[in-house]
Design a protein around this ligand. Structure first.
Ligand SMILES: Cc1cc2nc3c(=O)[nH]c(=O)nc-3n(C[C@H](O)[C@H](O)[C@H](O)COP(=O)(O)OP(=O)(O)OC[C@H]3O[C@@H](n4cnc5c(N)ncnc54)[C@H](O)[C@@H]3O)c2cc1C
Length: 722
């Protein structure tokens, strides 16, 4: 009990500590201190069959929606975008999947139209870095839930590129920045991956060799294996690319990968420039609106000034000057720019997850199957169905709150460093954020992937219809587990940072953790001694139980991973070999547990500031997510001796089922708060009016060609009859 109290105190200390260091999260305004905002801009939901479950909710779904968004103006912006795009025929949904080329054409036209709508107003543009970026992220989220291809196109082509110019470039690149973000004359791409090298970026082979006589870089692709590939927007549309190539000096010295702005196409004709071989990657298994491409450079010349020179430069005479002594640090600084992109991916995942669970839950509340004495009951009444879906609903809410808070912390730090303000332990904070992003992107994208599949199955055969939208959600989401850092590779980077902290804690040294996400490691020896003592489910359904169990789990997995790694080194293996041999069941499980802990930590801190009427349901969702996730770590909880005997597992699983049962009365309103408008959700199975079969009938009979004889009928009847 004392330990539980100590845990609670240390959780509070964590919150205070983080607040002091990062004012973005210092004393966030208590939701309940706000006046009741006018939420009439959110359309009301039509009364219908879902009322049975809506009427039992303990809270107002519009208030929960606002709370999950975290900002009234951003929520209004999202609805404004959805309403405008709904009225625009260019954004009408297709009942039949268009050809790949047509998808690319429509996506590019949609992006053009979005540019014309100027959702980034002058006011947004002129606001502070963090306010502007948050607004841009919201625009991206709003567009993503309608057509992920457009948002990816926009995110890479405009925002990732302009962000890179700001963080990697200097004044001389301002013209590219203005042309991209203000005038929309540049559509960019981001060319890192090569045919033979993806995750291992250091060994990429495209070169940019400096020619001092002409003050130019000569970009060259030695062979097909070094062709840049998978580059979004490159296949058909981009005018420029942000290229990562090995910087070679006239004397042959290689300074490693650097970023260059490289013109690709004439913006007036979209013809590629001489010296380039550019192709489209062809049909993919999702996001076919994006023109992913490959490129080979044949001694292609670009001006010296096109090197993004914030960290390193080449003088006109051909002298290399850098503020970093180690080339891998320049690459690190350049790739750190990807953090914002990865946060964007997590925000998008939250939307895909929200849409998937909204469809499955609305369906479960309106679809009946089986029952006693022929009284069929809705699927949502079945324990099995609740267990299959509600953990993902809880994840959707927890992730949304986590990412909203985390993005604020991140943007605040970047803003301060851009303004040259002193940020305590900036480089340590950057490393910690990198570790957090590197394990959170896998957690969110994988969970969304699993959820999309589970939700599809939970809607049975009808879930397999294109018009259910679960198939598109799943296949368009899928590449997020690979791009901007393959999940399995990213997790290893988070593990490296965690092990460094563990080593420091063991040796009594200071932790490099300014955000204090692993502050508890200072007490790792005490934490390692705690064990499961609960005797009933009520004791498990507490924040203290969940957080202290996670701390134990992380300490245990750190010890296991560290000991295995050290033992392998002692046997004579190299660091590289020892790391590889301690991934499975150790490093990987460790980073997964840490990412879940982060989501819970940030969410808990946020929930405590939410308005009172929302707290009960949010706490239930928090608790379900925590216990549902811990259930998947039972092996380690037993293996390390935290749990003994059959009681802990029985109690944990019983608590999960009790929470699922409790949430039945809330969950339809929870998904009302999570779901976008009906137009954006675009699912015949989950319109907010709940009229499942009327909507399905309308869709089936309205489908082009539903009742017509096959146009090819003559080809298949026996020729004798013709
Ligand atoms: C839709 C889409 C869009 C993309 N857009 C872009 C873009 O705009 N620009 C761009 O530059 N790239 C882009 N990419 C490429 C993407 O970033 C890479 O595919 C990604 O970085 C992974 O690299 P890879 O494909 O070479 O995989 P590999 O690195 O070859 O990995 C293959 C598998 O091996 C595993 N693996 C690799 N190393 C290890 C290890 N050390 N230990 C254990 N397992 C390991 C990985 O986990 C993975 O499962 C895109 C990809 C897709 C699918």
């Amino acid at each position: 009990m004392l330990l539980l109290l100590a845990e609670a105190i240390s959780a509070l200390a964590f919150i205070e500590d983080v607040r002091c260091k990062f004012p973005a999260i210092r004393s966030p305004r208590h939701d309940c201190q706000r006046k009741m905002e006018d939420l009439s801009f959110i359309p009301d939901i039509l009364s219908g069959p879902l009322d049975v479950y809506r009427n039992t909710a303990s809270f107002n779904w519009k208030r929960l929606k606002l709370s999950l968004e975290g900002d009234l103006e951003l929520l209004k912006l999202k609805y404004k975008i959805w309403h405008i795009l709904e009225r625009d025929p260019l954004f009408a949904h297709n009942q039949v999947t268009p050809s790949v080329e047509e998808q690319k054409r429509i996506t590019q036209l949609q992006l053009k139209k979005i540019n014309e709508y100027k959702f980034v107003t002058k006011e947004i543009f002129n606001s502070s870095y963090s306010k502007r970026t948050r607004a841009i992220m919201t625009i991206n989220e709003a567009v993503q839930s309608l057509n992920p291809s457009v948002s990816v196109k926009m995110a890479i082509g405009i925002y990732l590129f302009s962000n890179a110019l700001l963080s990697l470039g200097t004044e001389r690149h301002h013209k590219f920045y203005e042309a991209t973000i203000l005038n929309r004359e540049i559509l960019a791409s981001f060319a890192l991956t090569e045919i033979a090298h993806g995750s291992d970026a250091r060994l990429m082979r495209t070169t940019a060799t400096y020619d001092a006589t002409r003050r130019e870089f000569v970009v060259h692709t030695p062979d097909f294996e070094a062709a840049k590939c998978w580059v979004g927007n490159l296949g058909r549309t981009c005018t420029h690319t942000l290229l990562f190539a090995q910087l070679i000096m006239p004397d042959g010295t290689n300074h490693g990968l650097h970023g260059f702005v490289v013109p690709i196409r004439d913006p007036d004709t979209l013809e590629t420039y001489p010296g380039l071989v550019v192709g489209d990657m062809g049909e993919k298994i999702g996001v076919n609106g994006i023109d992913n491409g490959f490129i080979m450079f044949n001694q292609y010349r670009i001006p010296r000034e096109n090197l993004l020179n914030r960290a390193a430069d080449v003088t006109e005479e051909g002298q290399y000057v850098s503020s970093f002594s180690d080339p891998s640090k320049i690459l690190g600084a350049a790739l750190e720019n990807l953090s914002a992109g990865r946060i964007g991916i997590m925000q998008e995942s939250c939307h895909s997850l929200a849409s998937a669970v909204s469809i499955a839950v609305r369906y479960a509340a309106t679809r009946t199957q089986f029952g006693e004495q022929d009284n069929e009951i809705p699927l949502i009444e079945y324990d099995l169905h609740q267990w299959r879906l509600f953990g993902y609903v809880a994840a959707a809410v927890v992730f949304r709150i986590y990412i909203e808070r985390f993005a604020q912390v991140y943007l605040n730090i970047v803003e301060k460093s851009h303004m040259g303000e002193n940020v305590d332990n900036l480089s340590e904070a950057v490393s910690e954020i990198h570790a957090m992003v590197s394990c959170s992107k896998p957690l969110l994208t994988w969970t969304t992937m699993e959820a999309a599949q589970q939700c599809r199955e939970a809607c049975g055969g009808h879930g397999y219809l294109k018009s259910a939208n679960l198939g598109d959600i799943r296949s368009n989401h899928e590449p997020t587990v690979t791009y901007e850092g393959d999940n399995n590779v990213l997790q290893q980077q988070a593990g490296n940072w965690l092990l460094r902290q563990y080593e420091a804690a063991r040796g009594g040294a200071n932790l490099d953790s300014p955000l204090n996400t692993v502050a508890f490691l200072r007490n790792h020896t005490t934490i390692a001694k705690i064990s499961f003592t609960a005797t009933n489910t009520a004791q498990l359904k507490t924040t203290q139980f969940i957080m202290s169990t996670y701390k134990w789990l992380i300490c245990y997995l750190l010890k296991q991973t560290y000991e295995k790694y050290e033992a392998l080194l002692a046997k004579g293996l190299t660091k590289f070999q020892a790391k590889n041999k301690s991934q499975v069941y150790r490093w990987r499980n460790l980073t997964k547990a840490y990412s879940e802990y982060l989501a819970l930590m940030f969410t808990l801190e946020s929930i405590e500031k939410k308005e009172e009427t929302l707290q009960p349901v949010l706490k239930k969702l928090f608790t379900l997510y925590g216990l549902w996730s811990l259930d998947r770590h039972l092996v380690e909880l037993y293996q390390g001796g935290y749990c003994v005997g059959e009681e802990p597992a029985r109690l944990l699983r019983e608590a999960v089922m009790e929470l699922c049962g409790d949430l039945k009365s809330e969950v339809v309103s929870v998904v009302d708060a999570l779901a976008p408008t009906d137009f954006v959700l675009n699912s015949v199975l989950a319109k907010s009016d709940g009229r499942l079969y009327q909507n399905l009938q309308k869709a089936l009979v309205g489908h082009p060609g539903t009742f017509s004889r096959a146009s090819w009928w003559r080809q298949v009847v026996p020729s004798a009859k013709l």
